[in-house]
Design a protein around this ligand. Structure first.
Ligand SMILES: C[S@@+](CC[C@H](N)C(=O)[O-])C[C@H]1O[C@@H](n2cnc3c(N)ncnc32)[C@H](O)[C@@H]1O
Length: 428
């Protein structure tokens, strides 16, 4: 990975990215572990306390834990928080093996009437055949009957969640949850899918148990809002994150079936609660409220060139990121770094150099750009460019911001994600 900081680094997802518990659960726009590892290698020191304010599936926290750093994961989404806890809580191998055997022995297909696990979800049989539905309902019951509330139960609930998409009728080619009319799917059996997932997950946990993670702690606050950080000023030595991008990924929608199945555990009893979750997050296409744009927005972005129907989402995004940077400037220690990874995508409103606007915004809060490099990522699962609809993101920017730094470092636009990039164009 980016050994040479002064070049555009080419990475491929064929590199092993599922070591430890990294592969426990899929997650849209998860970054590869090599990215936060680079941030930790470059800027953490013994005893550093690390923050990921938009933690997603907890990639940063897992890398931090494995390398001996305690950390905090902020996440607005309860499914993410569950995944982060499961990935980051070491559990002795023998305890997990024993629980896995008990669950397997107790598992029977559910009998009697079938009920969608989340109130207000209709046509559940669109997603699952009767047999699959009965198997999954029985499996979840077995996990709950054979484990006590706590880390082991959460671990198996996450393994359970991790197989839902595969055994559903939803298309595997797309991240979005929909049943393709043209590519008819024959889902694999639930039993072997579960057995394979358990085997892989136990092996990942066993790897984690060999690392420094046993001596570190990952804190996942229930109120994990990156716009209102529940920590005192000057708490963190380093932050590493990939924030949500402007309307590029709808996280709850991409993991819709998983939310439906875990409704009770996630505190989302109804479809309405789920929908609310979708609108409350940074980067939402239809934000819950139109926030006041940041003071300097017109210096950062040509607002008047945005089409009317996109303006609210764009301004809301920057208003929220403004609030976020203000919070980060508060909770980071003086001189602390904030490694900030942003994809460089085309959007519906035409190419927008969002990373540049974010850099300008961060500077207004005293977080100056110290270092930047771009790397190209081959996203094998997205085989076709979807021009104008979020697009494939081919270049990611790794920006290092530093509290207290006044900087006039600039990065090039590089807004066309399909363009071949001259490595020297992004050299710093
Ligand atoms: C790009 S993802 C992070 C992916 C992560 N780096 C990983 O490897 O899994 C951004 C995350 O920000 C979360 N998010 C959105 N708004 C948030 C907020 N206000 N506070 C905390 N998290 C938020 C989303 O739920 C999403 O999981």
């Amino acid at each position: 990975m980016p050994g040479n900081l002064n070049s555009l680094v080419s990475l491929s997802l064929t590199n092993r990215t599922n070591l430890l518990t990294h592969g426990l659960h899929r997650f849209p726009a998860k970054y590869i572990p090599q990215v936060p590892r680079w941030g930790l290698d470059s800027y953490a020191a013994l005893g550093s306390y690390v923050l990921d304010p938009f933690a997603g599936s907890g990639t940063t926290n897992l890398e931090a834990a494995a390398h001996g750093y305690s950390s905090v994961a902020l996440e607005i989404n309860p499914l993410s928080r569950l995944i982060i806890r499961a990935k980051n809580t070491p559990i002795p191998d023998d305890e997990l093996e024993a629980a896995a055997k008990r669950v397997r022995a107790a598992w029977r297909p559910h009998e009697g009437p079938l009920r969608a696990p989340m109130a207000g979800v209709v046509n559940f049989d669109h997603w699952f055949s009767d047999a699959t539905w009965r198997q999954l309902a029985g499996l979840k019951d077995a996990v709950k009957s054979e484990t006590e509330p706590g880390a082991i139960r959460e671990f198996f609930l996450v393994v359970f969640s991790s197989i839902i998409r595969a055994v559903s009728n939803a298309d595997d080619q797309s991240q979005k949850t929909y049943v393709s009319g043209t590519r008819i799917k024959s889902p694999p059996p639930v039993t072997s899918t579960w057995d394979n997932a358990v085997r892989r997950s136990l092996s990942g946990m066993s790897e984690l148990n060999q690392t420094a993670a046993r001596h570190t702690h990952v804190t996942v606050p229930d109120t994990g809002n990156a716009l209102d950080i529940p920590f005192e000023a000057n708490t963190f030595d380093l932050a590493v994150t990939s924030p949500p991008y402007l309307d590029s990924v709808d996280y709850p929608y991409n993991l819709m079936l998983e939310h439906f199945w875990l409704a009770d555990e996630l505190g989302l009893p109804s479809r309405q609660d789920f929908n609310q979750l979708r609108h409350g997050q940074v980067g939402a296409k239809n934000p819950a409220s139109a926030e006041d744009p940041p003071r300097f927005i017109s210096d950062l972005l040509e607002v008047e060139t945005l089409p009317e129907y996109r303006r609210t989402a764009v301004l809301s995004y920057f208003a929220m990121m403004d609030q976020h940077f203000s919070e980060m400037a508060r909770v980071l220690k003086d001189g602390a770094r904030y490694v900030f990874v942003v994809g460089n995508s085309g959007t519906k409103i035409g190419p927008l150099p969002i990373h540049k606007a974010l850099i300008g915004l961060a500077q207004t809060h005293g977080l100056g750009l110290e270092h930047a490099f771009g790397y190209r990522l081959r996203r094998h699962y997205m085989k076709f460019p979807r021009a104008g609809r979020g697009g494939i993101i081919l270049v990611d920017w790794v920006l290092t911001l530093r509290k207290g730094l006044q900087s006039d470092l600039e990065v090039p636009d590089l807004v066309d994600s399909h363009v071949e990039v001259d490595p020297r164009a992004v050299a710093y």
